[in-house]
Design a protein around this ligand. Structure first.
Ligand SMILES: Nc1ccn([C@@H]2O[C@H](COP(=O)(O)OP(=O)(O)OP(=O)(O)O)[C@@H](O)[C@H]2O)c(=O)n1
Ligand SMILES: C[C@](O)(CO)[C@H](O)COP(=O)(O)O
Length: 236
């Protein structure tokens, strides 16, 4: 089985508010996108990477990825779903042998390799679709239209969903074909509409989505902690 990873990286990063698109924001001297793509390849499960970049930043993105040597860059679309769809089309050209596909946000640049491997391995075990998830730690309230609390939601079966999400390639193609421009906030959401089973594997705190400046500060600390030598006798 050959695995192609699609990395939607064409967002502007409005909520982060940096001077460059979010995927090009640097942490420890390297673009978030480079961290994300390198993590995918470092998992040892991914053979091809296709990146959907802002259409006016293709050269900048290619330059940021230079240390990696192996990635295909295309222009993304107006919405995340459009960027994934365009990358999926490109995957058919650059990785015709692929039968499994990952979709991974550039914004989740520090997802650990073990999470990526867990997703791929579940697809290899026959899952049509797989998402990494974390339990929700806050109490969740449902509000009415005026902002008053209507009810407290049972959180025992709620999960926050991360990326990479893994799919049998034909399943993701069918899901995007059926969506026909009617997007979802994640790709598994499109698969759910087909009535196809979506399995879960444990997510990881380091796979946080860098959305705001606060998230970026957390990500910087995560990377610093991972790079720091572990004192003798302490677990990593
Ligand atoms: N048209 C778009 C919009 C988003 N993305 C990508 O989808 C991922 C998740 O999106 P998000 O974190 O919301 O990024 P932005 O859209 O850039 O953020 P914002 O909404 O703050 O502008 C990111 O890697 C982003 O680059 C994309 O490829 N194409
Ligand atoms: C795909 C995703 O990261 C899963 O949690 C998330 O749905 C992206 O949402 P956004 O609103 O595009 O940031």
């Amino acid at each position: 089985m050959s695995v192609v990873a699609l990395v939607p990286a064409a967002g502007r990063g409005e909520r982060l508010g940096a001077e460059v698109p979010k995927a090009l924001v640097e942490v420890h001297g390297e673009a978030l996108l480079l961290h994300a793509a390198r993590g995918l390849l470092a998992s040892g499960r991914v053979q091809h990477v296709v990146i959907a970049a802002p259409s006016d930043q293709l050269d900048e993105v290619a330059a940021a990825l230079h240390p990696l040597g192996a990635a295909h860059v295309i222009a993304g679309g107006a919405e995340r779903t459009d960027s994934v769809r365009l990358a999926l089309d490109e995957a058919g050209r650059v990785a015709p042998d692929a039968d499994a596909v990952l979709v991974h946000d550039a914004a989740r640049a520090f997802t650990p390799p073990e999470t990526i491997r867990a997703v791929v391995d579940e697809v290899r075990r026959g899952a049509p679709a797989v998402v990494p998830v974390l339990p929700v730690s806050d109490t969740i309230k449902q509000l009415d239209a005026s902002g008053r609390v209507e009810s407290t939601v049972d959180r025992s079966r709620l999960r926050a969903v991360q990326t990479p999400q893994g799919f049998a390639l034909d399943v993701l193609r069918r899901a995007h074909d059926a969506a026909d421009g009617d997007g979802a906030t994640d790709d598994a959401g499109l698969v759910e509409r087909l009535g196809v089973e979506v399995r879960t594997v444990p997510g990881h705190a380091h796979a946080l989505k860098i959305t705001t400046a606060f998230d970026l500060a957390i990500a910087e600390s995560v990377l610093a902690a991972c790079a720091a030598p572990v004192p003798e006798g302490e677990p990593r």
